[in-house]
Design a protein around this ligand. Structure first.
Ligand code: NAI
Length: 317
């Protein structure tokens, strides 16, 4: 049986094109009422137009679905949620998808390149979610999908601003998932890969463009957003029909008595062990790290031998 979204209200930000448009069409085709948000500006965040959102709303309504347009920037997320509440009286699913790029090497980056990218991706994701949160808490149901990027997970030349913003989306997700659990609000992050205006500068090959049709990301996000899905606080990569989960891996590490000879030179002699990923751990929470017992055990360890030569920082500022 197909998973459906009848009675659900979905906000898709940046739904005028690329991935967002596909999300909006998909949810509407499976019974959801959709708020199609798009500022309608350029890829670098300049200008605005109502056309992008209107075209998608028209396509949905022509196909017999239900959708309303919203033209606000995600920075005014409360207005987007207002549109949903006025039209449909609830918000069940938020797909924080809107995004821009202002790629430039760190050396040449201006404050405006940094600020606008943080505003749209980080502040915008926060504002939309914040406005929807109370509604979701009262309903005791919510699904939030935030959008990361491999550029944030792995880093990418010329994308310092974007990398910082896209990994922030996942930090946001991790804590939302914890705070939302008792209200049946779940949050996940997806790092998509899709042919869109955002990737057209790096993907020129027609074969790549065909393989990475944005529609191929959509069913996975549909599943994550469905009431039957229990995933929360997790990060996935998805594109072209490939879906994978990412998690944090930690080496066993070393436990040293920090009371004597715990110096940078001593650390350099331990680095092989610190970096050794044999038998890794998969930490899942704050206490996995700051375990009091572990720190007490450290005090019982023999102190480190005094390094033959201490590392110094003479001449460094
Ligand atoms: P796109 O440029 O086709 O779509 C982004 C949409 O967001 C546009 O329609 C744009 O008008 C809208 N938008 C931009 N700023 C806005 C604002 N302030 N308020 C409301 N709407 C706004 O790009 P694409 O590829 O569909 O990207 C969607 C999301 O996926 C973005 O968050 C992007 O960073 C992310 N992403 C995409 C990847 C890809 O391979 N296409 C890779 C990794 C991440």
């Amino acid at each position: 049986m197909a998973l459906r979204f009848d009675g659900r209200v979905v906000i898709v930000t940046g739904a005028g094109g690329g991935l967002g448009k596909q999300y909006a069409l998909y949810f509407a085709s499976r019974g959801a009422k959709v708020v199609v948000n798009d500022l309608g500006g350029s890829m670098s965040g300049a200008g605005a137009s109502s056309r992008a959102a209107d075209v998608v709303v028209e396509e949905i309504t022509k196909a017999g679905g239900s959708a309303v347009a919203n033209y606000d920037s995600v920075e005014n997320g409360d207005k987007i949620v207002d549109t949903a509440m006025k039209a449909y009286g609830r918000v069940d699913i938020v797909i924080n998808n809107a995004g821009i790029l202002r790629d430039i090497s760190f050396q040449r980056m201006q404050d405006a390149d940094w600020d606008l990218v943080q505003k749209v991706h980080v502040y915008g994701t926060y504002k939309v979610t914040k406005a929807a949160w109370k509604v979701m808490q009262d309903q005791k149901f919510g699904r939030i999908i935030n959008t990361a990027s491999v550029a944030g997970i792995q880093g990418n030349f010329g994308q310092v601003n974007y990398s910082a913003a896209k990994l922030a989306a996942h930090g946001f997700t991790l804590t939302l998932a914890r705070e939302g659990a008792k209200y049946n609000i779940q949050a996940c992050t997806v790092a998509p890969m899709a042919a869109s205006r955002m990737t057209e500068t790096i993907m020129k090959d027609e074969e790549d463009l065909r393989l990475l049709d944005p529609a191929k990301v959509v069913p996975f996000v549909g599943w994550l957003a469905h009431e039957s899905c229990k995933e929360t606080g997790t990060l996935f990569e998805a594109g072209g029909g490939w879906i994978a989960k990412l998690r944090r891996e930690r080496s066993q590490g070393v436990l040293v008595n920090p009371t004597a000879n715990f110096t940078p030179a001593a650390v350099s002699s331990l680095i092989g062990k610190i970096n050794d990923f044999t038998n890794p751990e998969y930490p899942v929470g704050m206490l996995d790290y700051a375990d009091k017992h572990k720190l007490e055990d450290a005090l019982l360890k023999p102190t480190l031998p005094k390094p033959a030569q201490e590392l110094r920082f003479d001449g460094r500022v």
